[in-house]
Design a protein around this ligand. Sequence first.
Ligand code: ZN
Length: 335
Amino acid sequence: MRRYGKHTDEDDVRVRPNRKGNRPRTNIRPKHEDAADGFVLTVDRGRLTCLVDGRVITAMKARELGRKGVVVGDRVGIVGDVSGDKDTLSRIVRVDERTSVLRRTADDDDPYERVVVANAHQLAIVTALADPEPRPRLIDRCLVAAYDAGLEPLLVLTKSDLAPAGPMLKTYEPLGVPYVVTSRDELANGEAADVVREQLAGRITAFVGHSGVGKTTLVNALVPDRQRATGLVNAVTGRGRHTTTSALALPLPDREGWVIDTPGVRSFGLNHVDPSRVIHAFPDLVPGTEGCPRACSHDEKECALDEWIADGHADPARLYSLRRLLRTRERREGD
Ligand code: ZN
């Protein structure tokens, strides 16, 4: 809303002396300005495996970072021995500002939100069309989490030879969610990976999906040297098999982006998601919210969207979809 009748303070601010600039310079250098830049590949019991100049190294969080968490996908500053030699341990002294943060709560009663992945651009939601049966509620929850985190969703539907994709697409196409449909044969012979890879180029994509949907098969096909990459991680951490409690970042061939494999999620708690942010997944509806009451949930009687839609400004299916996602957030079921 525009306000009239009063000059803004901006002009005053501009002529004010810049006190900060007049401060005497100090000789204190920023701490750790010689820290090496790293990228966090995985986290395992306090040890972080990072990539520094193409070398895989092990680091731990410096005490000075306090309670600040470091997660997969974080870009960090590392000091100490970053040679990657066996039994070396360096320290993470800086965590760069994140461009995105994918969070979840274990369930809706869980007061603690957990950062799953930092700096991802995209969330690939892998779902089988049958065996196991698709769980639309879980998909909706993943979509809300993706939109809240500022990630673009990508729906990967597998096992199309067992059940048609039509009914699922009828639900998700109106949401404008990009999708890929693949069969078990295509998953096995790598064709599915070829199609999915096109959607991943140059981006960091987190993959979610519960067991049995083909996520691991797909990720293995996308990252043919996964064994080598994972082996390298294990060799460095010296802790045997990679545990499935943390996400694991794997480089796509030719460095055309990153795949972040996340451990199977059974539920995707959305306790942390502010409902007012769900609307931002629907930019076409945002202009219609101008007449809404303050702090409108967009799922109440006074919401201006109903009239706006009735006036023909947007497809009613879009408003239906928005409300379905808003209600998803409130529902307690995990799948
Ligand atoms: Zn509203």
